[in-house]
Design a protein around this ligand. Sequence first.
Ligand SMILES: Nc1ncnc2c1ncn2[C@@H]1O[C@H](COP(=O)(O)OP(=O)(O)OP(=O)(O)O)[C@@H](O)[C@H]1O
Length: 927
Amino acid sequence: MACASGRVIGIVVLFLVDVAFVVSRTLWQPQSSSDAIVDLGLLVGRLLGSLILALVALRLVLGQWPWQNQSDIREVTRDLTRQLSGDRRETPLLERGTNASRDAPAATASMTSDTVAQLNADASSRQQQLRKLEQGEYWSKFLLFVLYVYIAACSLRVAIKVVSLDASEAWGVFWVILEILQLPVMQLEYVLIQGLVYEKSSGEGVLLPGMHEHMLFWKDAENKGFLRCSQCNEKVGELTGGFLVLQCRQCTPNRWGFGGFNVCTNCYRKNALKSGANPDASAGGLLRGDKGPKTMAPLTVTQYIRRLSGQIRTSTLVIVLTCVCCSQILNAYIPKAMGDIISALTDGSQEDFNHRIVEYALLVVANAVTSAAMGVAIQTLSTRLYANMSVKVFETLMSQDIAFYDNAMTGQMTSRLNNDLRQALSPVAIIMNTFVANIVMLVAGFTICLHASWRLTVLAFTVLTPVVHISAHFSAWAAKLMSSQWTFMADAQGCATQALTNIRTVRMFGARHLEQEKYELHTRKSMDVGLLSAWGQGGSTLLSTLVQLGASFVIMCYGGNLALRHEFNVGTIITFSYLWNRLSGAFTSLNENINQPVKAVSAGQRVFELLDLKPDIREDLGEPFPEQSKEVGIRFENVEFAYQSRADKKVLSGVTLDLRAGKTTAVVGKSGCGKSTLSKLLLRFYDPQNGSVFLNATELQHMHLHQYRSKVGVVSQDTQLFRSTVAQNITYGLRDSEFTHEDVVRAAKLANAQEFIEALPEGYNTMVGESGHDLSGGQKQRLSIARALVRRPRILLLDEATSALDAENEAYVQAALDELMKQMQGTCTIMVIAHRLSTIKDADWIIVLHEGQVAEEGTHDQLLQIKDGRYAALITRQLQGNEDESANGAKTVSQAIQEMLQIYAAVPKEQRQELFMGFAKEAKKQS
Ligand SMILES: Nc1ncnc2c1ncn2[C@@H]1O[C@H](COP(=O)(O)OP(=O)(O)OP(=O)(O)O)[C@@H](O)[C@H]1O
């Protein structure tokens, strides 16, 4: 509102200035009475015309005069916002934190089919209203265009008057300056009127914090070009929940119709429901640390540019700017040198000609060199910047708390690393190539033009501004037509691909003609728009050619007349003609790219907020790990913990337990009772909300985490391998100086992995991982055991694999785990999340967890003594399970495994390997 009234005041002031100009000119400037009457007529026309056209434009869009109640347009868009988010109540949906918005999902869930039908009917009527509204917008744009043409004509008249004024005396110079000032005043009047009409007729905008920083406005995109949703990247249409999109008016598409910012109905709905369901979810977004979501202050354009330039070294910036300035100044000076050659020719002076031609040759060479240097400098700057920034972003992504990754999808993170970073850095090349280069060109060119002839300069620039403005608008329209054509072509292609892929089904259902008709329909639509687009392109070419030729015509016509009267040099006309092309190009390019840095701000925000994000758990500070000779005992003291995504569910509540130094502690309990969570806290993936974990007497929070983790060996159920060799997978995380090949082989042997590794085509150098050799689950587990062993850990965390492996693999893995525990006994503190009876039984200490609390603890025998104890029940259940299975006659797999394990335990240690191999061979023969 404040903005609208500011604009009105601006318009009134400018009109008063305009009136003052014309009145003072009529009273004091020596001119004919007919001139004065024309001036007055034009002024009155401008005043009344502007007022009437602006009012009619508003009437067309609003459906009523602006002084009447203006709620209609806002109601249509507000209803739409509410309706599409699934909330039909009167409170605006996006007022964050209100009850209405939080209850939105409930509202959606309770919809009956009648309600849905009603909603659909409402939606289509709103869509109709929106279309009407857009039609009004088109007409209002047309009226504004008429007004612009009228103001441009007035400007031209003023320019013609200026060039005819006698500026030889001080009084004449005063009038010239006054007249020239009138030109920007008229342009400004138009800009304010246009802004006022757009603002008053814009409907209610929607702000989606965390998604886009500008207001978005509803638009019906059907048949209006190829639009992609900037969120899901889907083509706007049926797949995105309809053709209604929220569009940013500041981030406009480029001349080819691409770019801009649009949010499809589906994404808007999802966002609205998400922020309604859990206001914190969108507030934090990716930004989350161990202590919870983090919010960062939004970045303004100035802050963004300042931070971006902070990434560039001053010396590099100076080199690039020097190259750009030199290249553009020389570029602007070349037409002047050409004009000088022509002048020398018309003067018939051989000496002058020789001098000028040498000057020209030097200029051309210097221009070529500086242009090449400019290209190299800008490219080098962008490439270096991208490389440095991507390393920083990756480093930041890698150093976050585990809670950050719990909340984020891999796609989101890689998108920040690739798309966002590229978009955020794109302005660097644009600012240098477009802004700096074109501004230098305009300033240099304008100075040369002014020096050659200020009259011709005023005249040429008065023509330049409106023609560039009109042709830019027209090109945008033509581009939209072209992009519509691509939409239909894409539809046709999609239709053909689908039909050909499913050709058998098409034939089976006799749908060949149906598919052909569909394809033809899309192709015909594409052809229709293509034909219209051809006219659009033709018009665009016509206008852009007129830009060039129209001004050249003015230059030739006016300059030629002056030259005929010997008031002007032919060389100057040539200078103007050549410079004109370069200046109009620079002007158009500036006009087209003015929005680019603003567009990049939202990507920049995402990149810089990530760079600013500091993890709550620091890995590189704290006390060193106890020396080799010292034993390491671990104590959980009154630990309470809940995951952030389920903050209301305590996974551990008041857990106090000891993992005795050099001993094996088995943790048992039902699935989901919090066993793995204990090991995650031990690795300090998270900090407990209450209580502490101690390593000897030191709180884990005060340990040097990086060093600590290097002393912890982990064997988890799901082994993750990297795309590298077997040996590199085993030594993952160690530097070359920290192990020898013998260490690797020793670890592999202990892990029962040596045999299968040697059977691989290239042994330890065989590639594994994503697309490498397929390894069985058991083989992967044994690699993981070898990985834990090779680090010579002081603390070992084992999560016993059970269900995921087949009998043979499980036996191999268990043998390896048993061996591992035996090897580590005494030197290493072991915590094993145990499932197997033999492991549990053999452990030095057993902890029974139940619903996040320590239910019982002791040795196997002690625990069995507890009457109605959980441990005793657990063991009984396991044994009973075995008996039940044997009662059914045929043995089940787990029963057979149990029996095999018993046989295995009975065989002497040195013959166990032989037993396995013999059994495996025999089993293979039988099957
Ligand atoms: N990253 C996480 N975010 C939210 N909840 C989680 C997360 N990891 C585990 N949980 C939940 O915490 C509880 C305890 O999980 P935990 O993995 O510690 O159980 P567990 O005893 O190891 O189970 P299992 O024996 O089946 O592996 C479960 O309810 C689980 O759903």
